[in-house]
Design a protein around this ligand. Structure first.
Ligand code: SF4
Ligand code: MG
Length: 321
């Protein structure tokens, strides 16, 4: 197997200075938020790579950079060997763009309510001047809906059905890679597993590669071959799924696992990870996790741990042995 996506030293900084402040104060401080910081990993062809972490950990930003919605500040993303940020050959850029699609969290917001499902699904192909006759009907059947649904509007479908329509649209251009950003977290639990099973089946049938973004470890366990754990924009641990679940090495990963299964009768989290997520504009020095880490030593606030390899795992912690 070879890497279909190779991410090297990826960093994304957002300027979050407030424009109204700039008008009031002559030299207002520039506020820079480092959403993604020096992240490197590879995704093997025909595998599922999951990125997990709390909100604000940079998972969605990485997804958007990979599909080309957000440019990187530093570092590179190679998709099938092509770097969209620097490639000048338009034909190569086009080919990669057709090969990579994204599915978003909210199937309500991502479908144009005024368009018929047929046109929504065929749009990515129509926009490239491709043939669309019968395409939507075929894809609807592939995602477990019926060809007759092509003439309907999004409001005529349930949440789970709408996400199936989003998946059909993502498949229209015949992609190799789909970035799935929390694809089932807006759905009822009973519907979630149906959509996840559909996604697994499609991956096998079509030989797809998924980057699967989620905060839900149950979902990640169900889907992923390999998992990367993000904390404040940094990759802190990465391992094959079974290794990570059996032997999480980073204290933050351990904290996520400790918090995960404790749900009350209503499915609410009883004991979420302890401590506040620090401010990403002024992240803590050294290991950014040190203010919350139960194992932190002096060195942790001074020195940022490098990513090291321990067996199948890569981990960034001074005490990971
Ligand atoms: Fe905790 Fe230190 Fe390891 Fe960071 S480097 S996770 S603070 S022990
Ligand atoms: Mg997100």
């Amino acid at each position: 197997m070879s890497a279909i996506i190779r991410i090297e030293h990826l960093t994304r900084i957002f300027d979050v200075s407030k424009p109204w402040l700039n008008r009031l104060i002559e030299r207002a401080p520039r506020a820079l938020l480092t959403a993604v910081s020096d992240v490197s990993f590879e995704i093997e062809e025909n595998s599922v790579y999951a990125l997990v972490g709390e909100s604000g950990s940079g998972k969605s930003t990485i997804g958007k950079i990979i599909v080309g919605l957000v440019p990187p500040s530093q570092g590179s993303v190679l998709i099938e060997g092509v770097d969209l940020a620097t490639e000048s050959d338009a034909a190569k850029i086009d080919a990669v763009r057709a090969d990579i699609q994204m599915i978003f969290q909210d199937p309500y917001a991502s479908l144009n309510p005024r368009w018929r499902v047929r046109d929504i699904i065929a749009e990515p192909v129509a926009a490239r001047g491709g043939a669309t006759t019968g395409l939507a009907e075929k894809l609807l059947e592939q995602v477990g809906l019926s060809a007759a649904d092509a003439g309907k509007y999004p409001h005529e479908f349930s949440g789970g059905q709408r996400q199936r329509i989003c998946i059909a649209r993502a498949l229209a251009s015949g992609p190799k890679i789909i970035v799935c950003d929390e694809p089932t977290s807006a759905l009822d639990v009973s519907v979630q597993s149906q959509v996840l099973n559909l996604m697994s089946d499609l991956r096998e049938e079509l030989g797809l590669t998924y980057l699967f973004i989620s905060h839900d470890l149950t979902v990640v366990h169900h889907m992923a071959d390999r998992i990367g754990v993000l904390y404040l924009g940094r990759l802190v641990e990465e391992a094959p799924r079974d290794t990570l679940f059996a032997d999480p090495k980073h204290p933050y990963t351990q904290m996520l696992f400790d918090a995960a299964p404790r749900m009350d009768a209503f499915g609410r989290e009883v004991d979420p990870p302890k401590g506040e997520i620090p401010d990403a504009i002024n992240p803590p020095s050294g290991c950014a996790f040190h203010p919350r880490c139960p194992l932190a030593i002096d060195r942790c606030s001074r020195e940022r741990p490098e990513m090291r390899r321990l067996g199948d795992t890569r981990v960034a912690c001074h005490l990971a042995e």
